[in-house]
Design a binder for this molecule. Sequence first.
Ligand code: ATP
Ligand code: MG
Length: 492
Amino acid sequence: MRCPQCGHDNPAQVRFCGECGTRIEGLCPNCGTSNPPINKFCHQCGQALAPAPTPAVRFASPQSYTPPHLAEKILTSRTALEGERKQVTVLFTDVSGFTSISERLDPEEVHQFMNRAFELILGEVHRYEGTINQFLGDGVMALFGAPIAHEDHAQRAVHAALGMQRVLHGYGAELQRTQGITFRVRMGLNTGLVVVGSIGDNLRMDYTAVGDTTNLASRMVNLAESGQILIAEDTHRAVRGYFVTRPLGAQVIKGKAEPVNAYEVVRARGLRTRLEVGAERGLTPFVGREHELTLLQERWASTQAGRGQVILLMGEAGIGKSRLLLEFQRRLADAPVTWLTGRCISYGKEMAYLPLIDLLKHNCQIEEGDDDATVSAKIERGMGALGEELQPAIPHIKYLLSVPPGDDAVLRLDAQQRRLKLFAALQAMMLQGGQRRPLVLVVEDLHWIDKTSEDVLLHLADSIPTARVLLLVTYRPGATSIPLRSAPTRRA
Ligand SMILES: Nc1ncnc2c1ncn2[C@@H]1O[C@H](COP(=O)(O)OP(=O)(O)OP(=O)(O)O)[C@@H](O)[C@H]1O
Ligand SMILES: [Mg+2]
C-alpha cells in the first residue's frame, strides 16, 4: 500500500506508513468508517471518497503540528491512558462545496488555501487542548478528552468550534474578496466513549470508537448547513447552560434505530461556573455550613469597619465552595455592598487577565455581542459612577476590554508601562469602589488563574488591609501555585 505522503510502499493492511508515520487509511466523510486509500467509494456506505490532496509535510505527523507544551502533556499521561475507555468529544469539519472549489482552482492553489485553513483550525483546536486525529482532504477530525484528559471536553470542543467558525469566517471573507471563492466550513460534534489504544512517540493516538461515537459526529456534519455547527444530543447534554443553542428536532440517522436530537450552536454564554449553570435547573436546599457562614460574616464586619480581608476557600470539586459564597451573598442581600465576581476557567491559564475581564464586564453590564461604542459607553458609565478621580483609569480599562482607549498615550506606552498603569487603574477602582460602598471581590477557581491575573491579585492584596474590600477566592487542593496563599486562611 503506497503512502500518500512519502510514496513508501507498505505491506497491505497497515494503518500507518512504516517510513514517515502518515496514517494510510482514510475516514469516510459520511459514516466515519476507515477506508484504505485505494478505495474510491466507502466500503461501508458507498459514499464517494474525494481524493485527498497530499498533506504538506507540516501536517504529516502529529509531532510536526502539535505544540511542545501539549506534546509533553500527551507523553506524560500516555501510560495512564492506553487501554482506557474514555469519554471524548469528536469534532468534524468539512468545507461546503469543496469539490466545486477544487475544480475551479489548480491543485497547488487548493493546497495553499486549505493549508491556511488547517493552520487556523489547528490554532483553535490546540487552544482548547484538543488534538487533530486526522486530516481529511477538506477538513479535520479532532478529539477532545483524549489523549489529553479533560472533564469539560465537550465544552472545550464547542468553544473550539465557535473559535474556528469565527476565524474561518474572516478567512472566507478574505478569499471571497481576493479570489472570488466562497469558502464556508460546517462542523459536527458528538460525545461518547472510545477505547484508547497505543499512543506513539510521534504522538499518534490509536483508538476504537465504542458504538456510534465517531459515526454520529460525522452524521452531524452532513446535516449541518454551510457555516453551521451542529451537536448531537449527548454533546448538548454535556454543554447545556454554557452555550445558546437552537433545537433542530429529532433527526433520522441512517444506521440508528432511534432518531437523534440535533442542536445548532449559536454562541457561548460567557464565563459561568458549574454552580451558576446548575442553579438554573434548581438548587438543593442549603444545609449546614453555619460555622463557615458565621466566620464570613465576622470578616465582613471587619471589612465594613475599614479593615479589609483576604479569605481563601480551599476544597475538593463539588464540596460546596461556590454554594457557600452564594449563601453568603444571599445573607448580604439587604446590606449596602457591591459584589463582583471574576471566574477562572480550565482552559484560561494562557488567557491574560481573564477573570478580571470577566469581573469588569459584569460590573459594567457588558453583554456578549455589544459593539465597541456600546462597550465604551458602558465602561464610562460604570467607572463614572465611582467618581471623577477615576477618569484617568478609563482608557486603561477600555484597552483591557479591547476597545479603542480614546487616548493615544495608552497606545504609545510599552508593554511594561501599560501593565503598571493598568494595575494602578484596577487598584484605584477597587479602593474608590470600596470607599463608596464596601466591596466583595470574588475570584472563583484560582487553580486555573493565568499568571498576569495572579500578579494583579497580589498587587491588590497589598492595599486591602486598610480598604473596605473583602477579597474571597476559591480553589481546589493540589494546584501548584496559588497566589495569596501566604495570607491567613481558614479551611472550607
Ligand atoms: N451546604 C450545602 N447544602 C446543599 N447543597 C450543597 C451544599 N454545598 C454544596 N451543595 C451543592 O453541591 C453542588 C456542588 O457545589 P459547588 O458547586 O458549590 O461546589 P464547588 O466546591 O464550588 O465545586 P467546584 O470546585 O467544582 O467549583 C451544588 O449543586 C451545590 O448546590
Ligand atoms: Mg465552584
